[in-house]
Design a protein around this ligand. Structure first.
Ligand code: SF4
Length: 591
C-alpha cells in the first residue's frame, strides 16, 4: 500500500531533466544489467529524495513523449527494465488475493493459527502482507497488484486470478459471490483505466483483525482460531459492518463476468482452494458457476493413519472421490502434498508420492510439495516438545525431495516446493529457501531425471514453430482416459500443451452428455499485451488452434459428439472465434 501511494504521488513532470538523462542512458545501452542500472540512477538522483525506482522511470518514459524521443519503443524499453520476467513467462500474469480470516472446518495440527490471517497463512508471508495492507478487500488487492505489475513493465491483459485462504467452500456463499465479483470489477476497471479504489477504500472492512493477538502458542491455545475469529466476526456482524457489504447476487456476478469477456485485463484462469471432504456435486457446480477453472486441493498424505494422526478430518477415500468429481467437471487439478507430517517416515513419504502418480485415482495436473514446517502457533508444537515429532535433518529431507522430484511425470507441473514462510517463523526444521534448486541441482549432477512441465518449459526462448512436434501422452484416470498433448521442440522444450479428458460412464451434468472435455490449453512465450507481437515467441502463432484441432480429432475418433471446454471468463471470446458455442457453464463444439 505504501508503495502504491508513493507511486500515485509521483509526478514525472516534476523531474523531467533527470528522468530524461536516465532514460537517455538506458536507451543508449545495448543491454541493461543490474549494475549498469544502479550506476545510471545514482548519476541522476531524484531531486529532493533518493533514487528513481523502475516504475518511476517507466512512468517518466510514458509521460515524456517517449515514442518520438528515443529509439526504443515502449515494449522494448520496459522489457529492458523488467525486474523478474520469469513471473509472466508462462504466458499469463498471476494475481494472488486472499480472503479475510474465517473459521475453517479443518483441525489440522500442522496448520498455523495466526488469527489476523485466513487459516493456514502467516502475516509475514509476502502475499499475506499485501492482502492485509489492502484489508483483505478483493477490489483493492486486485487493482493494486495489477498496478504494481504494470509499473514494472509487465503486460496485464491476461490474468490468472489465484484466490487463497483457508477452505473456500466453507465461506458463506454471498461472500464468495461478492469476493469474485469484486476481483472482476477491479480487472474490468483497471483494463478501462478506471480507478475505483477511493470508493473501495471507503467501504473496505476495518483493519480490525490486527486487534487480535499476534502470536499464539499452539500447545496452549486458550481459544482456537475458529473461536477467536468467530467471536470477532460476530462483533462485526452486530455492528452490521460486514454482512451488508460483503454480498452479491449471482446476477451481479454474472454481469461483471460478461464485462470481463472483452475487458483490457481478462481473467484467463481462476483458481480456488478447498478440502476433499467439501467437494460435493453441488459444490463443484457452484465452483464452476463462480468461474473457477482450477481447484487447489489439500491432499497432504495418502496414508489414512497419517491423516488421522494429523487430524485432517478426512480419509484417502474422500480424496479419491473429490478428484474424480472435479475431473468429471473438467477442472484443472492442483494437489498439495506434505512430507514429514506427524507419524510419517521418509520411506512412507516417498512411497505415498509414488502412489500419487501410479494410482489412476490421483495423477494431479499440478502439485505443491510442502515439507512440514513447525510454526509456533500450530498444535504440532506440543508434539515436538514432547518428542513425538521431529523435522527430518536437512540431508534426509533433501533425499526425500530428490526421490519425489524424480517421479513427477511429464504431464504434471510442480508449481512449488516449500511454503513461503519467513525463516524466523519456523521454530525448527529446514530454513533453506531454495531447497528446490538445491535438490534439482543434485539430481542434475548425477544425471537424474527431471521431467515435470516446469523443468521443460520453453520460457521466453524463440522456436521454429513449423518444426514443433505434437506428442500425445496417454494415461488412465479414475474417470476415463487422459491425453496430454504437447508441442515439443527438437531439444525437448515445451512450447505448449493441452489436457483432454475422454470420460467413461454417465456425465455428471446434462450439458456434458456425450462430451469430451478440454481441461486446459497453454501456449508459452513471454506474455504479450493484446495486439503486440514478438517474433519467434510461441504465443499468438496458431499453436493453440493446432492443439484444439487435434483434440477435436481425438474426441471424434473416440466417439464423442462434442468437445466441451471449461473456459475461463476471459477466454470465452477466444473459443467463440474457434467455433465453440456458449452453454450454461461450458462452451462446446461439435466434433
Ligand atoms: S483444512 Fe487447510 S486451512 Fe483448514 S486447518 Fe486444515 S490445513 Fe489449515
Amino acid at each position: 500500500m505504501a508503495l502504491a501511494r508513493r507511486h500515485r504521488e509521483f509526478d514525472p513532470r516534476a523531474h523531467v531533466r533527470e528522468l530524461a538523462c536516465v532514460i537517455d542512458e538506458i536507451a543508449a545501452l545495448p543491454e541493461l544489467d543490474a549494475r549498469s542500472l544502479d550506476r545510471i540512477v545514482k548519476r541522476h538522483p531524484r531531486r529532493g529524495c533518493g533514487l528513481f525506482s523502475k516504475s518511476e522511470i517507466i512512468a517518466g518514459y510514458r509521460t515524456l513523449g517517449a515514442a518520438d524521443r528515443w529509439p526504443l519503443d515502449e515494449v522494448s524499453f520496459v522489457a529492458r527494465l523488467r525486474k523478474r520476467p520469469i513471473r509472466t513467462l508462462s504466458g499469463v500474469t498471476p494475481v494472488t488475493v486472499l480472503t479475510r480470516p474465517h473459521p475453517c472446518p479443518g483441525r489440522c495440527i500442522f496448520c498455523p493459527n495466526d488469527v489476523r490471517m485466513p487459516k493456514s497463512y502467516l502475516a509475514d508471508e509476502p502475499g499475506a502482507q499485501r492482502a492485509e495492507a489492502n484489508r483483505f478487500d478483493p477490489y483493492l488487492q486486485t487493482w493494486n497488484r495489477l498496478s504494481a505489475y504494470r509499473d514494472i513493465g509487465h503486460p496485464v491483459d491476461k490474468v490468472e486470478l489465484i484466490v487463497l485462504g483457508g477452505t473456500w467452500s466453507f465461506l458463506p456463499e454471498p461472500y464468495q459471490r461478492w469476493f469474485v465479483k469484486r476481483c472482476f470489477d477491479a480487472m474490468n476497471d483497471f483494463g478501462a483505466a478506471l480507478d475505483g479504489r477511493p470508493e473501495a477504500e471507503a467501504l473496505a472492512a476495518p483493519a480490525g483483525f490486527r486487534e487480535l493477538p499476534e502470536r499464539l502458542d499452539g500447545e496452549n491455545l486458550e481459544r482456537s482460531y475458529n473461536q477467536q475469529v468467530s467471536a470477532f466476526l460476530g462483533r462485526e456482524r452486530d455492528e452490521q459492518l460486514l454482512h451488508e457489504r460483503e454480498r452479491a447476487s449471482w446476477g451481479e456476478l454474472e454481469e461483471a463476468q460478461r464485462k470481463n469477456e472483452v475487458a483490457g485485463a481478462r481473467c484467463v484462469g481462476l483458481s480456488l482452494e478447498t478440502r476433499p471432504d467439501r467437494v460435493t456435486q453441488e459444490e463443484v457446480v457452484r465452483l464452476r458457476r463462480l468461474g473457477a477453472t482450477k481447484i487447489q486441493l489439500g491432499i497432504q498424505s495418502l496414508s489414512d493413519r497419517v491423516l488421522d494422526m494429523n487430524q485432517r478430518g478426512h480419509d484417502v477415500a474422500a480424496t479419491r472421490r473429490a478428484l474424480a468429481l472435479l475431473r468429471r467437471l473438467g477442472f484443472k487439478l492442483q494437489a498439495h502434498y506434505m512430507v514429514n507430517l506427524l507419524g510419517a517416515t521418509p520411506e512412507g513419504d516417498v512411497a505415498g508420492f509414488q502412489s500419487l502418480f501410479e494410482d489412476p485415482d490421483f495423477r494431479p495436473d499440478e502439485l505443491k510439495l510442502y515439507p512440514c514446517a513447525l510454526i509456533e502457533s500450530a498444535e504440532l508444537v506440543g508434539h515436538w516438545r514432547r518428542g513425538e515429532w521431529r523435522p527430518y535433518p536437512e540431508a534426509e529431507l533433501l533425499e526425500v525431495l530428490e526421490a519425489c522430484l524424480e517421479q513427477v511425470p511429464e504431464y504434471c507441473r510442480l508449481s512449488r516446493v516449500i511454503r513461503d514462510f519467513s525463516a524466523h517463523d519456523i521454530v525448527t526444521g529446514s530454513r533453506t529457501a531454495n531447497l528446490r534448486e538445491v535438490a534439482e541441482d543434485r539430481i542434475r549432477l548425477r544425471s537424474g531425471r527431471l521431467r515435470d512441465i516446469r523443468s521443460r518449459e520453453i520460457r521466453d526462448k524463440g522456436c521454429d514453430v513449423e518444426a514443433l512436434e505434437l506428442i500425445d501422452r496417454v494415461y488412465a484416470s479414475s474417470t476415463g482416459e487422459e491425453h496430454f498433448l504437447e508441442l515439443q521442440t527438437g531439444d525437448d522444450r515445451l512450447a505448449g500443451f493441452l489436457r483432454l479428458s475422454l470420460p467413461d460412464g454417465r456425465a455428471p451434468l446434462d450439458e456434458l452428455e456425450s462430451c469430451a472435455l478440454l481441461r486446459e490449453v497453454h501456449v508459452y512465450g513471454a506474455s504479450l499485451a493484446l495486439g503486440l507481437r514478438t517474433d519467434g515467441q510461441a504465443q499468438h502463432r496458431g499453436l493453440g488452434r493446432r492443439l484444439v484441432d487435434r483434440a477435436l480429432e481425438l474426441a471424434r475418433t473416440a466417439g464423442y459428439a462434442r468437445l466441451a471446454v471449461i473456459s475461463a471468463v476471459g477466454t470465452r471470446e477466444y473459443y467463440r472465434a474457434l467455433g465453440f458455442e456458449d452453454g450454461e457453464l461450458y462452451q462446446s463444439k461439435a466434433t
